[in-house]
Design a protein around this ligand. Structure first.
Ligand code: AMP
Length: 296
């Protein structure tokens, strides 16, 4: 363990567990924020929230190879640890857990956790092994960091459902006890959701990218105005996205926020998830909005 400014950087699971157990023994609660690094305002908002609630805030920085498909961007995923440390420090994080791939997978990726149901659709359909990689790495990170509460962004909405399900089903006491909190998506002024991958966007891509949020807003405006016809909501999102012909759409759906499938009965109080995934140039972007139905 090396001290860098006032943040402790920890690289091994053993050392991490010792620090966390020591803190817990002193009655300190631990908040954690799992990330793949190249931190931005979205991550910083999670860290700040954790720091308001816990004396110890561990930010994990680990670009997890097992959640990338063979043709995805693992090798070129942006990395900048020095810059990340500065962001963690100024957001109020106390520890960074930055293990190597060998530390996390000493025998290679030999076993994995599969979460069923919610992983069959949307991101799970487009990226077949992605959520097994996510569930497995988050479980291992929790075993190392031993947090009381873990904070995730709504930006990756389906991921939050997968993680909640993984924790709920985990046979490991240290994982099953972790409370999961989901926090709002941070956006640029024009609505584009902050993402480490935004760095890949060309000038043209960046100009066009806010259309995704515009489509989500158009869908949520319809629902908030009393429309209960989800086909019409989806059609509206498609029409807005159609304003940028160079955008290649993966999906734009309006589904039940719990099952991520169309529910027949929409009632007041139920929540609809609007979710979009689209490619601009070489960059795949995802975003979502949740709308809880009330009488208009
Ligand atoms: P990542 O480093 O992309 O794996 O993201 C780490 C965590 O930060 C995940 O819980 C993400 O959902 C969250 N996150 C990413 N982008 C945002 C954002 N724009 N606003 C809020 N949270 C975010």
């Amino acid at each position: 363990m090396t001290a860098k400014r006032d943040i402790n950087i920890i690289e091994t699971i053993d050392a991490m567990q010792k620090v966390s157990r020591g803190a817990s023994a002193q009655g300190l609660t631990i908040g954690c924020v799992p990330t793949m690094g190249y931190l931005h305002e979205g991550h910083a908002s999670l860290i700040r929230h954790a720091a308001r609630n816990h004396p110890m805030v561990v930010v994990s920085i680990f670009v997890n190879p097992t959640q990338f498909g063979p043709k995805e961007d693992f090798a070129r995923y942006p990395r900048d640890l020095e810059r990340d440390l500065e962001i963690v420090r100024s957001a109020g994080g106390t520890h960074v857990f930055a293990p190597s791939v060998e530390e996390m997978y000493p025998e290679g990726p030999r076993s994995s956790i599969h979460v069923s149901g919610v992983t069959d659709v949307l991101e799970g359909a487009s990226r077949p092994t992605h959520f097994d990689g996510v569930a497995t790495v988050v479980s291992r990170l929790f075993e190392a960091m031993l947090p009381d509460v873990a904070y995730f962004g709504q930006k990756d909405y389906q991921q939050t459902l997968v993680i909640r399900q993984m924790v709920g089903a985990s046979p490991l006491a240290d994982v099953a006890r972790v409370r999961i909190e989901t926090l709002p998506t941070m956006r640029e002024e024009d609505g584009l959701a902050r993402s480490s991958r935004n760095i890949y966007l060309s000038a043209d891509d960046r100009r066009d990218a806010p259309i995704i949020y515009a489509a989500l807003k158009a869908g949520s405006d319809l629902l908030e105005g009393g429309c209960r016809d989800l086909d019409r909501v989806e059609q509206t999102m498609h029409e807005v996205l159609g304003q940028v012909p160079r955008l290649s759409l993966d999906y734009a759906v309006a589904v039940d926020a719990v099952t991520l499938r169309r529910s027949e009965a929409l009632s007041d109080g139920s929540t609809v998830a609007l979710l979009i995934a689209a490619r601009l140039g070489t960059t795949r972007l995802i975003d979502n909005l949740l709308v809880t139905l009330t009488r208009p």
